[in-house]
Design a binder for this molecule. Sequence first.
Ligand SMILES: Cc1cc2nc3c(=O)[nH]c(=O)nc-3n(C[C@H](O)[C@H](O)[C@H](O)COP(=O)(O)OP(=O)(O)OC[C@H]3O[C@@H](n4cnc5c(N)ncnc54)[C@H](O)[C@@H]3O)c2cc1C
Length: 381
Amino acid sequence: MSAANIITASYDAVVVGAGIVGAACADECVRQGMRVAVVDGDVIGGGATAAGMGHIVVMDDSGAQFALTRYSQQLWKELRPALPADVEYEQCGTIWVAADEEEMSEVRRKQDYYGQRGVPVEILDQDALERAEPQLRKGLAGGLLVPEDAVLYPPCAARFLIERAQVGGATIHLGCPVSRIGNGRVHLDDGRELSAGAIINAAGNGATSLTPDLAIKKRKGHLVITDRYPGFVRHQLVELGYLKSAHSTTGDSVAFNVQPRKTGQVLIGSSRQYDVEDKQVDNPILLRMLGRAEEYMPDLAQMSTIRVWTGFRAATPDKLPLIGPWPGDSSVFLATGHEGLGITTSLASARILVDQIAGRNAAIPVEPYLPSRVSSEHAYV
Ligand SMILES: Cc1cc2nc3c(=O)[nH]c(=O)nc-3n(C[C@H](O)[C@H](O)[C@H](O)COP(=O)(O)OP(=O)(O)OC[C@H]3O[C@@H](n4cnc5c(N)ncnc54)[C@H](O)[C@@H]3O)c2cc1C
């Protein structure tokens, strides 16, 4: 008998992809008592997860985005005592920085929205902002502090979740690309087949090659990390103009977005580009991004930077991930399309996906994330 068509093992669930989303799904399936395998063509957390900034942030572009980010932020907070030191989880809070009075009105809108939904927030006036972040340029109007937001180091978070799943009995296959999924079978490139009650396609940008017709587009981003300057930045700082750049569905954009790392390093973002496949650092956009950061924090210009990298977010047209059954095959479930929020929303995505597999009600309504919303010829584009 040839290696092809040998079903080497059967599982309740096979997760394709060991990024942060697949890792969270594997961990959650194991917690539910399922027999689980994880298959990745590369290493744990080597895709977008390795490129991500690791900001755990509540966002309110839509009610559905708010529900998923808030639920997940709270799940990260609950998980905190179990996280090893190298995950570098730090509840530093976010400050949404308002440059002028127009942006202060957005601060007040956000305060109302978050406050009404039980998220602690605090308005900072000009003086309070200067005290909170002395390295910001003087004269900014103020900001909104969201103290429960956090930061972490994504590849180690993914590794922790995979290892926890493994301790609970999961089998992990790394360096094993998957060529095909469907009808309860996961076909590996090397000819082996795994049989699964549920196949979870958590392959990030790679999900489109396994499940046809997904409307996922790559959205490139750049990040820069500095040498160690402990105490230079205290919170994750994001300009309110970031929302305009994140909302754009065409064109290149940059925004001021910096993060304090536990190491004392400063992580500087961020850029967004569609229709670029090339992983190379794009110097013009990098210079725009750094220029924007220096407008807000002039002394960043004096810092020594030690690494620049790029990564690709998996973006859907309506900016919500695809979480749930794939209408084309009853054995296939999707957990992908998390764009710039997959680190934040991984834990909640895994919870609501496994709730669906188990046929239970989830803690938040799942309809906004269901893949069926996009399966009829991308009706929502
Ligand atoms: C510059 C940048 C900054 C970001 N900042 C943040 C942030 O601050 N906060 C936040 O919440 N999110 C952020 N994100 C988004 C976040 O990084 C992603 O949403 C998240 O990492 C997606 O995780 P994933 O597991 O879905 O995908 P990935 O991490 O890409 O994992 C997919 C995995 O699937 C595997 N795979 C693919 N195809 C196959 C196949 N055929 N067979 C087997 N394996 C396969 C890959 O090898 C990979 O390991 C950022 C992203 C970028 C690019």
